[in-house]
Design a protein around this ligand. Structure first.
Ligand SMILES: Cc1cc2nc3c(=O)[nH]c(=O)nc-3n(C[C@H](O)[C@H](O)[C@H](O)COP(=O)(O)OP(=O)(O)OC[C@H]3O[C@@H](n4cnc5c(N)ncnc54)[C@H](O)[C@@H]3O)c2cc1C
Length: 449
């Protein structure tokens, strides 16, 4: 935090009444410790065994597995490496198992498939921890646990039943915290109790991402920014990837573009809708207040349809708060972040005078069936995309698995392999409808309809 900068207080931002001289830093807080590197002048190579399009967790994790399997790898990035969601997220590391109530997932997929998907969610959490440990990446990874607050009384009961189902079907440990005990988890009166998943984790996404790049390069992989793939031309024995500077011949290609997926591979573009998510970070919070508000130091969320997520900044007494930002995702204006400040103060009204230093947004990749997918297109292009907002562990794991599939390794199978990957029925309309759907969901949250 610079001494000269003037930041708005949370209450000013929440009211949309920010003094003219005050402003936010409009870039991810994580970039303070792990600034993205700019290397526009370095050309990508002319050949590689595998070209990976997208330099986030999916792309880098795939690259690591391929390099360890003896492949030459080039990772192409349109912006600076890591400029997508992987250095913009909340650093909450979960299994993705909370996307659906267990009973609902069983209705949709059948008991056996639901069970294997849920069990694999747990494996994804274990995989990212093992990878960080074995690669020696210093990124504040911690099994801090997740508290999810019930915004209505009936949500508490529904969550309790769902946690029982999760234990019965997939062996996942959790416990419920009634409202009378809630102060041990969180200093708010707003929730009607909540659930704790003690094995969920947190990390510093910027440091995790820069650690992955470092390992990829140590193993001889090439990561290039300002190297957007403009087209992919299938050839007899592989592909030509056309970038502005160079055409790259390769045997295989992996698409790892998630929420930034466009028409490069039309078959995939129709299957992803980008949804904006944004975050704000506060300045320092006085010690006594900080330890009362988040005494257990977990990652946190709630049961709203328009979900909020928050957590302490690793090693500092600051709070990071995130939620949907609809059509304002890329705006450099305090207006884009007012509602996040309002949501934060509804949970922690005592923070009204605390300054807000950073505000930023990014894109998450939604699929029609709200499940991530990996596989191969008709033209033989490999892909792993569609984490629907829970991608820190899942992108890491799917990147690894798609790389194994490309190498036809024996341990490459996943529970997600045989899922149909539906396109959005009217994709251009679905893309434009996101802010309206979000507003409708906010109204449903507010009026409980
Ligand atoms: C604000 C925010 C908060 C989030 N919080 C959490 C959280 O707390 N926990 C969690 O589990 N998940 C969270 N997520 C989701 C998570 O960050 C993503 O699911 C994950 O990072 C996806 O990684 P990825 O590598 O697949 O995609 P990204 O990291 O998005 O990388 C895709 C990259 O592809 C590049 N690209 C696109 N097209 C091309 C092209 N033609 N050529 C070259 N490059 C191209 C893009 O520039 C981009 O850098 C959050 C996301 C956002 C935006």
């Amino acid at each position: 935090m610079s001494n000269r900068a003037v930041y708005p207080a949370l209450k000013e931002l929440a009211r949309g009444n920010v003094p003219d001289r005050a402003s936010l830093v409009y870039r991810p807080f994580w970039w303070e410790a792990a600034p993205p590197r700019d290397e526009a002048s370095t050309r990508p190579p002319a050949t590689a065994d595998v070209v990976i399009v997208g330099s986030g967790f999916t792309g880098l994790s795939a690259a690591l597995t391929l390099l360890r399997g003896g492949r030459q790898v080039a990772v192409l990035e349109r912006g600076v490496p890591g400029c997508g969601a992987s250095t913009r997220n909340g650093g909450q590391v979960g299994s993705g198992n909370q996307k659906f109530r267990v009973k609902h997932l069983i209705e949709l997929r059948g008991r056996a498939k639901a069970e294997s998907m849920l069990r694999e969610g747990v494996l994804m959490l274990d995989y990212i921890e093992r990878l960080i440990t074995s690669e020696g990446i210093e990124c504040h990874f911690e099994r801090c646990g997740r508290f999810r607050g019930a915004v209505r009384e009936e949500h508490y009961e529904a969550m309790a039943r769902d946690m029982e189902d999760l234990k019965a079907v997939a062996g996942v440990e959790s416990f419920m915290v009634p409202r009378s005990e809630q102060h041990k988890e969180i200093g708010t009166e707003l929730f009607f109790g909540g659930s704790v998943l003690p094995n969920d984790a947190s990390l510093h996404p910027g440091l995790y991402h820069s650690g992955l790049i470092q390992r990829v390069e140590e193993l001889g992989g090439i990561v290039r920014g300002s190297a957007g793939a403009e087209s992919i031309i299938p050839e007899k024995h592989g592909f030509t990837i056309v970038t502005r500077q160079v055409k790259i011949r390769c045997r295989n290609v992996i698409i790892a573009t998630n929420g930034y997926t466009d028409g490069l591979v039309p078959e995939l573009g129709r299957r992803i809708v980008p949804v904006g998510s944004g975050q704000i970070t506060t300045g320092e919070i006085p010690e006594s207040l900080f330890s009362r508000l988040m005494p257990s130091g977990r990652v946190y969320g709630n049961t709203k349809r328009v979900f909020s997520y928050f957590r302490p900044v690793p090693g500092q007494r600051r709070l990071m708060w995130g939620g949907r930002v609809g059509r304002f995702a890329s705006h450099r204006s305090t207006n884009a972040y007012c509602h996040l400040a309002r949501d934060l103060l509804s949970v922690f009204p005592d923070l009204s005078d605390v300054p807000v230093t950073h505000g930023w947004g990014g894109l998450i990749g939604y699929t029609y069936d709200e499940v991530p997918h990996l596989g191969r297109t008709r033209d033989g292009v490999h892909f792993a995309i569609g984490y629907c907002g829970t991608g820190v562990s899942r992108a890491t794991y799917f990147g690894h698995k798609v790389a194994l599939q490309l190498m036809e390794a024996s341990e490459s199978a996943t529970a997600f392999d045989d899922l149909n990957f539906p396109a959005f029925p009217i994709h251009p309309v679905a893309k434009r409808a996101v802010p309206f759907v979000e507003t409708w969901y906010r109204l449903r949250d507010h009026f409980n309809i």
